[in-house]
Design a protein around this ligand. Structure first.
Ligand SMILES: N[C@@H](CCC(=O)N[C@@H](CS)C(=O)NCC(=O)O)C(=O)O
Length: 216
């Protein structure tokens, strides 16, 4: 089934990145449709009325949450890498929830502080750093967040820490060296290079073909 699986994706979206990372680490063969968030194909909106990416379609399976796609990927593969990702799922999910519900909203405010003038940028950064400090503590004891092996938590969280690191280049590395080392190891991986491959934009709209035919 996985040969026919299709992923609607957006290259710079951290949720889509984590889904692509899991699919790549599990070595699944997936067709990718890179969409423009400002001009979403009608078929994507029909599949996912929430209008978000990533979305995965495989046979009767339709997944519209990045975490579900990650878990699905680990179930489709019998590779050791997938087995490793399947370990510590409850611990991974707890950390990912802390990322998505705790860290991510502060990250957005830190990044777009000019849209949130109630406080200054440092205030938002300080709040985001509660989560970063927890990661630093974990990574001072182990190479990856939940031990020595790459877990779902690592793959799901590093795209968001990448965004954090990009707001003020050099700031993270100077204060959280273990997080910076961990982030760099993911950014330097072959899997991440594959994850960031630049696909041409998928532009086919639901009504493109009939319009073309009508003009002839
Ligand atoms: N909970 C969703 C969140 C996905 C999400 O918010 N993706 C963003 C892009 S990073 C999106 O598609 N936003 C819709 C838009 O910008 O129109 C998931 O984990 O897949």
């Amino acid at each position: 089934m996985t040969d026919s699986a299709l992923l609607y994706s957006f290259r710079r979206c951290p949720y889509a990145m984590r889904a692509r990372m899991a699919l790549i680490c599990c070595q699944l063969s997936i067709r990718v449709r890179e969409v423009a968030l400002k001009d979403k194909p009608a078929e994507l909106l029909a599949l996912n009325p929430k209008g978000t990416v990533p979305v995965l379609v495989s046979g009767d399976t339709l997944l519209t949450e990045s975490l579900d796609i990650m878990l699905w990927a680990t179930e489709q593969s019998s590779l050791p890498a997938a087995a490793a990702l399947k370990q510590q799922v409850p611990a991974s999910l707890a950390l990912i929830t802390a990322n998505d519900e705790g860290f991510k909203p502060w990250l957005d405010k830190y990044k777009y502080f000019d849209r949130h003038p109630q406080f200054d940028q440092n205030y938002y950064r300080d709040n985001a750093c509660e989560f970063i400090a927890d990661l630093e503590n974990r990574l001072s004891h182990s190479t990856m967040l939940l031990g020595e092996a790459v877990s779902l938590a690592d793959l799901a969280i590093f795209p968001f820490v990448r965004q954090f690191a990009g707001v003020e280049p050099g700031w993270l590395a100077a204060r959280y060296p273990n997080v910076a080392r961990w982030l760099d190891s993911h950014l330097a991986s072959k899997a991440f290079s594959a994850c960031m491959y630049k696909y041409p934009l998928y532009q086919l709209q639901g009504d493109t073909l009939p319009l073309v035919l009508a003009q002839e």
